[in-house]
Design a protein around this ligand. Structure first.
Ligand code: FDA
Length: 397
């Protein structure tokens, strides 16, 4: 029977990074993944260019039942530490919108880097190997795998969340956590497009394909969460960065509130534009908003459409402006794990050490990455959590 200091289950972002670092620190590490291909989520991330971190990542960019849990790991392994590693491997990268860092060429560069780090740490890697059972023993743990039984002093669970099952996501990590007495914070798809029932969406479906910057909010007026990002209308509902971000905070049955012209005070503008104007409302509105939005929106207000601005009452213009700047609409659901980038919830942090990610219930058992109840915003934050939690754990193996 093979014997290792540590077995890491899950060869995605967190597992690869942890295995490589622990190996380089002297541990004899086995990394097991049930998928045939390594690190599929890194491969498809960032549109194939992997948004590998965010320069400004900090605890405020994460959701968790305990918002303080991520603090220590994020402070001890920072975006700058990961950038230094990327530079040591001579991977070309660039900064996009709001501190988001991407590979110039391909996500394969990040996968190649993590595999080289594993080689340097002499990590044994069993790819395409299922883990059937994990038992604790007097000396650590015993695992039944498709390659035969193995023993290890420590086990690291890095099996990720539930999104995109067709590329290997599973609930194995949550089941293992429960087996060892851990609680699971209820999971739900996040960073995901939102959908609407057919009747609610019918008036807006003609806007499918339209993208524009908006302010989007959810939650009670006091303490609501807001993002200023691009919105995309689709034939089924709303998507784009604004909606992906807000989806992590949205609670079923509650409305979204959108300002479709966040840089403007539309009511004041339209009322002022009235005086002596022969222009039609449609022309005026199309000068302020994307033309398709102006046309699509006015189609819902047929009494206003073709009339000169000067003939319209202030009150009607204010109501129209209000409908665009305080648009309230209630989604019926989300596109689900099939389309979600991440899973909110996961292994409850109350039973984990924030210093090492070790279980307080089963010494020697660790949970890192997305399987833990720590979820980042869109924009490189989830990978930064994967690297930071993996680094905290690797030093304790
Ligand atoms: P990850 O999912 O990476 O790895 C888990 C591994 O465990 C997988 O290799 C899986 O095969 C394996 N596994 C699962 N069950 C197993 C079992 N029973 N036995 C053995 N192995 C098992 N984030 C970001 O910061 N920037 C970005 O650009 C993107 N882009 C992006 C695009 C898309 C389409 C998605 C779906 C997600 C993103 N993300 C992202 C999110 C990011 O990919 C995610 O948060 C991290 O990959 C999480 O890293 P983990 O290592 O925790 O899980």
């Amino acid at each position: 029977m093979g014997r290792f200091d540590a077995v890491v289950i899950g060869g995605g972002a967190a597992g690869l990074f942890c295995a490589g670092m622990a190996g380089q620190l002297g541990a004899k590490v086995l990394l097991i993944d049930h998928s045939e291909k390594v690190a599929e989520k890194i491969r498809i991330s960032g549109g194939g260019r992997c948004n590998f971190t965010n320069r400004d990542a900090g605890p405020a960019n994460f959701l968790s039942a305990n918002p303080h849990f991520c603090r220590s790991a994020l402070a001890r392994y920072t975006p700058q530490d990961f950038i230094a590693l990327v530079q040591r491997h001579r991977i070309p990268w660039h900064e996009k919108h709001k501190g988001q860092l991407f590979c110039d060429e391909s996500s394969e560069d990040i996968i190649g880097m993590l595999l080289r780090e594993c080689e340097q740490g002499r990590v044994t890697r069993w790819q395409g190997c299922a883990v059937q059972a994990v038992r604790s023993t007097a000396a650590g743990f015993e695992l039944d795998t498709a390659e035969g039984p193995v023993r290890a002093s420590k086990v690291v669970v890095a099996t990720g969340g539930l999104s995109i099952p067709k590329i290997g996501a599973s609930d194995f990590g949550y089941r293992l956590a429960k087996q060892f007495g851990h609680r699971i914070v209820e999971t739900r798809p996040a960073l995901v497009p939102l959908t609407f029932d057919a009747a609610t969406w019918a008036p807006f479906s003609a806007l499918s394909g339209l993208s524009l910057p908006v302010e989007i909010r959810t939650g009670p007026a006091k303490g609501s969460m807001a993002f200023l990002e691009d919105l995309l209308f689709t034939h089924r509902g709303l998507s784009g960065p604004a909606v992906l971000q807000i989806s992590s905070y949205w609670q079923p049955g509650t409305p979204l509130r959108l300002d479709l012209a966040p840089q403007l005070n539309l009511a004041t503008h339209l009322v002022q534009a009235k005086s002596g104007s022969k222009r039609k409302l449609q022309t005026e509105l199309a000068a302020l908003l994307p033309q398709r939005l102006a046309e699509g929106w006015l189609a819902r207000h047929p009494t206003l459409t073709d009339r000169p601005l000067a003939d319209l009452r202030d009150r009607d213009l204010q109501t129209l402006a209000q409908s665009l700047q305080a648009w309230e609409i209630t989604p019926s659901g989300t596109e689900g794990y099939r389309k979600a980038e991440v899973t909110v919830g996961g292994v409850d942090t109350r039973e984990l050490s924030s210093q090492t990610m070790e279980s307080r219930l089963a010494p020697g058992l660790f949970f890192i990455g997305e399987v833990v109840d720590v979820t980042g915003w869109l924009g490189g934050y989830n990978f930064q959590w994967a690297w930071a939690s993996a680094a905290a754990c690797a030093q304790a193996l």
